[in-house]
Design a protein around this ligand. Structure first.
Ligand code: NAP
Length: 290
């Protein structure tokens, strides 16, 4: 599979998003394990998760545990797989998502994540979302301390605007390796952050790169943007692959993390890393999605 880099570490150009395996509409455990195994089979070496990917209040870290279990039971070498988790979001169990960006909270949450993942140090830890009740610099300062103390190997942020990206890069002393923001053909307002990451050489991980779980599962993907369907037909591939290949073509720092809860969907998505779009096709898709 085509490789890209996060903080100098090579990862597959297409990652796996773990969220659909742990929130509303999730499959049973066996299908989730099979999905993660299929991802590794396909050459995926980046798996995105979060402690908040769970349904009920008493199962914090459901997705982290699934990933750890799947990597343990894979039966082959998984040492090259980078598991990227996040902290700073919580799910109280009523379907809502709350925030806690206090340094003391993040420093406890990271320990619990490491324990669930079965690692001494977390490969990539991402501050999930700015907390309006906590100065951003305080939250990112906690991430810097975790990096300095070797609790995490690499630091990332998520749901950040350009000012926050620059602020985080400053606080982390130039060690910010990734930004994870929502980005897809139908949601392009993170284009400035994508461009800033390309300029700074920071990995940009589009979340909900296929427009989100509901749209992707509806079978309607591409329906609103006919160019995606036409290019897919011309290449004999799914519109999912065209969407991901288009995102990859936007900048070398882009590493999409399509969610999956079925082996077939991540296997198909992973193949997008090898799909070559022409410059004309990329321009057409960009114009269609604009
Ligand atoms: N940082 C944040 O705040 C944030 C927020 C949201 C998401 N995320 C991360 O981003 C990841 C991706 O976002 P997402 O899961 O919300 O949305 P998404 O990737 O846009 O869509 C996920 C859905 O797409 C379907 N799918 C994927 N590839 C497919 C293919 N090739 N063919 C057919 N269907 C396909 C999957 O269906 P099946 O379930 O049927 O396999 C899955 O449920 C998440 O898993 C999570 O790790 C981060």
């Amino acid at each position: 599979m085509q490789q890209r880099t996060i903080g100098g570490r090579a990862v597959s150009a297409i990652g796996l998003g773990g969220m659909p395996m742990s929130i509303e509409g999730r499959p049973d455990r066996d299908r989730s394990i099979a999905t993660i195994h299929a991802a590794v089979d396909a050459g995926v070496t980046l798996i995105d998760t979060a402690d908040a990917y769970h349904l009920h209040a008493d199962e914090v870290g459901h997705n982290e545990e699934l990933i750890a279990e799947a990597l343990r039971s894979y039966g082959g070498d998984t040492s090259g797989v980078l598991v990227a988790t996040k902290g700073g979001h919580l799910r109280p169990g009523d379907g809502s998502w709350t925030k806690d960006g206090r340094p003391e909270y993040l420093k406890e949450a990271v320990k619990a994540s490491a324990k669930r993942l079965g690692v001494e140090a977390i490969g990539l830890y991402q501050f999930h979302r700015p907390d309006p009740n906590v100065p951003y610099g305080d939250s990112v300062g906690a991430i810097r301390d975790l990096l300095d103390d070797g609790v995490i190997e690499m630091a990332g942020i998520s749901n950040a605007n350009p000012d926050q990206i620059r602020q985080a890069q400053d606080i982390l002393g130039g060690r910010l390796v990734s930004v994870q923001n929502q980005f897809s053909p139908r949601f392009r307002s993170s284009q400035p952050e994508l461009e800033l990451c390309a300029e700074l050489g920071i990995a940009f991980l589009p979340w909900s790169p296929l427009g989100g779980i509901s749209l992707a599962r509806s079978g309607e993907l591409g329906a609103e943007y006919s160019a995606f369907l036409e290019v897919a037909e011309a290449h004999g591939v799914s519109p999912f692959q065209v969407t991901l290949a288009w995102e990859l073509a936007l900048a070398p720092v882009v590493v999409p993390i399509p969610g999956s809860s079925r082996p077939a969907s991540i296997t198909d998505s992973a193949a997008a890393a090898e799909l070559q779009l022409t410059d004309d096709e990329v321009a057409r898709l960009s114009a269609d999605a604009a």
